[in-house]
Design a protein around this ligand. Structure first.
Ligand SMILES: N[C@@H](CCC(=O)N[C@@H](CS)C(=O)NCC(=O)O)C(=O)O
Length: 200
């Protein structure tokens, strides 16, 4: 049965759309509108009233990183979902890390820049978010020293998940000057045809 991915492409659903394109998984995209996320029908699929949601037969799953790790485990090939428990754990590590160390700060800036009317803008919150980002990006820059991807030479679900979070740095024009390895890695990941296809 074809899997279903719920959520507009211009939302965190783009993360799940990227992975299905990357892995060539047949899928149905249900671009449920944000205004319909609290409808009783949608809440039956995802009680959080958020996107993305994955429906795979009778199986329902929310949380973008969980969806992608599940799809990578089920359909990943040629090292995209690594073989060893240690390398798999590294994929989980970077996925959690992106969500806990980077996502909120990037989102604070993104929302303020593009979705907040002038009278509601919060320059202090933006300044605080921008102040927080060099620490995790410094860590990532170090981890990427001398390697093309997080686990070495192969693009894995760790790269896809983390780059999908870090992609928000692009519209806000984050200055990666002090973090050249992050800049090069992010550009490498976001130049993949599957990333571009997911955003159409
Ligand atoms: N941690 C969740 C966050 C999901 C989330 O907040 N999605 C946003 C869209 S990008 C949403 O559905 N917002 C609607 C709302 O909060 O009512 C994930 O990564 O899947």
């Amino acid at each position: 049965m074809t899997i279903k991915i719920y959520g507009p492409s211009a939302s965190r659903a783009s993360r799940a759309l990227w992975i299905v394109h990357e892995l060539g998984i047949p899928f149905e995209h249900i671009a449920v509108e944000m205004k319909d996320l609290k409808s009783p029908e949608y809440l039956k699929i995802n009680p959080n009233g958020k996107v993305p949601t994955l429906v795979d037969g009778d199986f329902k799953l929310f949380e973008s990183m969980a969806i992608n790790l599940y799809l990578a485990e089920k359909h990943g090939k040629e090292g995209f979902f690594p073989a060893s428990a240690e390398d798999r754990a590294i994929c989980t590590q970077w996925s959690f890390w992106g969500m806990t160390e980077v996502e909120k700060s990037l989102l604070t800036v993104l929302i303020d820049m593009f979705m907040t009317p002038p009278d509601k803008k919060k320059p202090e919150a933006v300044a605080e978010a921008l102040k927080a980002l060099p620490k995790p990006f410094g860590v990532l820059n170090g981890a990427l020293e001398g390697r093309e991807y997080l686990l070495g030479t192969k693009f894995t679900v760790a790269d896809l998940n983390l780059a999908s979070i870090c992609s928000w740095a692009k519209p806000i024009k984050y200055d990666f000057g002090p973090f050249p390895n992050v800049q090069a890695w992010l550009d490498r990941c976001l130049s993949r045809p599957a990333y571009k296809a997911a955003r159409k």
